[in-house]
Design a protein around this ligand. Structure first.
Ligand code: PHE
Length: 341
């Protein structure tokens, strides 16, 4: 019996020496400790031993069991230490390795220009207003005095939703939303995206940006419009840039005009940017048509107003020397980095 027990311990020592992983150790534990282990079967046989010898053998077996348990626990700790050590080595930080440089975002030039515009007009006492991109026909056309058969309403020009709403084709509906809510004096600018069913080319995209200005008060005249525009142009492009008005037509202004600025590139000589004309078209303007003021319930005997709306994409292209409008919408990181503000 003693020999057998000694043999078990020797076996265990050999196996523990070979054992490399916790999993192997668990298997060893089962083999030496489990119900089918030699030790268990020895314990089972204890009844066959004579009563006087029984306590001695019993003690022997129990001692052996304890020793085996200790040896296994010891080995277990050893293995865990090794595992911990290797994991530390694996996670070792090499602080001399080059770091992962995070991609730093940049403000889009459109928004830089947008902020600049807001600053210029805030300085003149304008408040910044907002309206939804998805509009109703009422705000985008009807309230702006646009006839039912006006070509701009057709699905060839305007994006309609299934429910009959539309993507606003200009920022002018914000005029109506503001006048509906507030009484004069009104002095607001509204900036935002607009949408038209245009074929993309060098200077057109189905989505673009506009800034709208609206002033309504007693005694507002065309001279106020011209003065405001002129101030704006000089702030934005420099004191040497002249602006001009050409007669035009809009359903919601009367009289109406289109505004040009002297070509920023050639200063009027004629070049590729202005297609030889020396002038660049900025947008539309005019005195708010009395029928629009009536629509929102303003007293047209008392109040007059002016409005203008022009494209921001064009201005951004001029300022950043961007040849194709598409570049503004492609989210090309190289472009954004180049113009990091
Ligand atoms: N809404 C017009 C357009 O998009 C521009 C405009 C605004 C004209 C305000 C007159 C007054 O073309």
């Amino acid at each position: 019996m003693e020999a057998k027990i000694k043999n078990i311990k020797d076996q265990l020592d050999i196996q523990l020496k070979k054992c490399k992983t916790v999993q192997e150790l668990n298997e060893i534990k089962v083999r030496f400790f489990g119900k089918k282990s030699e030790l268990s079967s020895l314990l089972g046989k204890i009844r066959e031993i004579s009563p006087e010898k029984r306590p001695i053998i019993g003690k022997l077996i129990n001692d052996a069991k304890q020793k085996i348990g200790q040896a296994i626990n010891h080995k277990k700790r050893e293995l865990e230490d090794i595992a911990y050590q290797t994991s530390l080595e694996k996670e070792l930080l090499d602080i001399t390795m080059p770091a992962n440089v995070p991609q730093i975002g940049a403000r889009h030039p459109i928004y830089t220009v947008q902020e600049e515009l807001e600053d210029i007009f805030s300085y003149l006492g304008f408040e910044v207003a907002e309206g939804p991109d998805i509009e109703t026909e009422y705000y985008n056309f009807d309230a702006l005095n646009t006839p039912k058969n006006h070509p701009s309403r057709s699905i060839r020009d305007t994006f309609y939703t299934k429910s009959g709403a539309l993507l606003r084709t200009h920022t002018s509906p914000v005029q109506i939303r503001i006048m509906e809510k507030y009484q004069p004096p009104i002095k607001i600018v509204a900036i935002g995206r607009c949408y038209r069913n245009d074929k993309p080319d060098a200077s057109h995209m189905p989505v673009f940006h506009q800034i709208e200005a609206l002033v309504v008060d007693e005694g507002i005249s065309f001279a106020d419009l011209k003065g405001t525009m002129d101030y704006f142009v000089k702030q934005m492009f420099g004191v040497n840039i002249r602006s001009r008005f050409r007669p035009h037509f809009f359903p919601f202004t009367e009289p109406s005009a289109e505004m040009d600025i002297l070509c920023v590139n050639c200063k009027g000589k004629g070049c590729r940017v202005c297609k030889g004309s020396g002038w660049l078209e900025l947008g539309g303007a005019g005195m708010v048509d009395p029928s629009v003021l009536e629509e929102v319930g303003y007293d047209t005997e008392k109040f007059t107003g002016f409005a203008f709306g022009f494209g921001i994409d064009r201005i951004t292209m001029l300022k950043y020397n961007i040849p194709y409008i598409r570049i503004l919408f492609q989210n090309d990181l190289r472009f954004l980095k180049m113009h990091r503000a």
